[in-house]
Design a binder for this molecule. Structure first.
Ligand SMILES: NC(=O)c1ccc[n+]([C@@H]2O[C@H](COP(=O)([O-])OP(=O)(O)OC[C@H]3O[C@@H](n4cnc5c(N)ncnc54)[C@H](OP(=O)(O)O)[C@@H]3O)[C@@H](O)[C@H]2O)c1
Length: 310
């Protein structure tokens, strides 16, 4: 009999990618029946899951514990993604509370929770709220019950960030011969390699080996690239002059509203000084890629998503 697999929240980039992958997978699509959860099941994103893929979507809000018990009823496998909200004063507490809300609402039918987590920073003497909230949540899930298996995937940095807050900007230095160059700004050493993932297209492919029982830990990235390499690829694919400029942390933080800049800079300092996955990023990603098929690299992402963006 098909097992009920619930995705919370279903309308995230990660959730949508996971749903698309499972519904197209030759064996998983019959092994599992999917249920999506969203704050508003009548939103266009939630509605398209129902009309295009025939998936039931029920209401659930990670921050509202009363919505969760009925939404999780009969679930066998739960794929859980937290929402980082930079606008609340204590985002770390809020993200951990989201998972505690889920733990309190888990029905006895749950046998497997697959969590989108982050590696621990404390073994490196660091505090990084956006990471620490997820790792604390991972530990809380592991303490839930011996009868509930907990698997994790650690998403790399989303390539989609280059469409939003890491987007290449017009170069203030004029280029009289070209159509104007572009600059990618960040605080990380230009040579430091960072794992990247096309979260919207590929996250589901990284969850497949977990669902097939091949592993319980996945480093979800299709490779590692430095900012120096990122701008070379952008320049080649976009046919523009693109350069990387490393700026002071306070300057970079000032590009973002409220506390977001400071929180993001704390995280970027961890990438720079310790490593996105706490070290050996290349080795961890290589091991995962042995289990994963069909993910795409940064070059393909730039060709599809960034050429018309700027
Ligand atoms: N950006 C990166 O490089 C990166 C890297 C690693 C990890 N992450 C982590 O990835 C997570 C975000 O994932 P994502 O980008 O896939 O998400 P996303 O697309 O930004 O999520 C947006 C969706 O979340 C849903 N949502 C918002 N608040 C909710 C709530 N209280 N309860 C239920 N659903 C809620 C909304 O759906 P509805 O309105 O339909 O409910 C909305 O469509 C964060 O935890 C972030 O820290 C990001």
């Amino acid at each position: 009999m098909s097992k009920l697999l619930t995705i919370l929240p279903a309308t995230t980039q990660q959730g949508l990618s996971i749903i698309t992958t499972i519904t197209n997978h030759p064996t998983l699509r019959s092994e599992y029946t999917l249920r999506g959860l969203a704050r508003n099941p009548s939103s266009p994103a939630a509605q398209s899951l129902t009309t295009e893929l025939g998936i039931e979507v029920l209401p659930a809000d990670l921050n509202n514990s009363s919505t969760l018990p009925s939404a999780l009823t009969n679930t066998h496998t739960l794929i859980l993604i937290t929402k980082t909200d930079y606008s609340v004063p204590d985002l770390k507490h809020q993200e951990l509370t989201q998972v505690q809300n889920v733990i309190s609402a888990c029905p006895s039918t749950i046998k497997h929770i697959i969590f989108s987590s982050a590696v621990p920073t404390h073994p490196h003497g660091r505090e990084v709220d956006v990471y620490d909230s997820k790792y604390a949540a991972e530990e809380a899930l592991r303490g839930l019950s011996p009868s509930v298996k907990v698997s994790v995937f650690y998403p790399g940095m989303f390539m989609q960030n280059f469409e939003t807050f890491m987007k290449p900007l017009p170069d203030p230095v004029p280029d009289p011969e070209g159509d104007g160059g572009l600059v990618v700004y960040n605080v990380v050493d230009g040579g430091k390699k960072i794992p990247l993932v096309d979260a919207g297209r590929d996250m589901g492919k990284f969850v497949v080996p977990i669902l097939k029982g091949d592993t319980g830990v996945v480093y979800a990235a299709s490779g590692v690239w430095s900012f120096d390499e990122v701008v070379v690829i952008m320049g080649r694919v976009m046919g523009r002059k693109v350069r990387y400029v490393r700026v002071e942390e306070e300057v970079y933080a000032g590009f973002m509203p409220g506390q977001m800049g400071r929180k993001v800079v704390d995280m970027l300092r961890f990438y720079d000084e310790v490593g996105y996955y706490g070290g050996d990023e290349e080795g961890k990603v290589r091991e995962t890629l042995r289990l994963v098929e069909g993910v795409r690299g940064f070059e393909e992402f730039v060709g599809e998503k960034l050429v018309n963006l700027v």
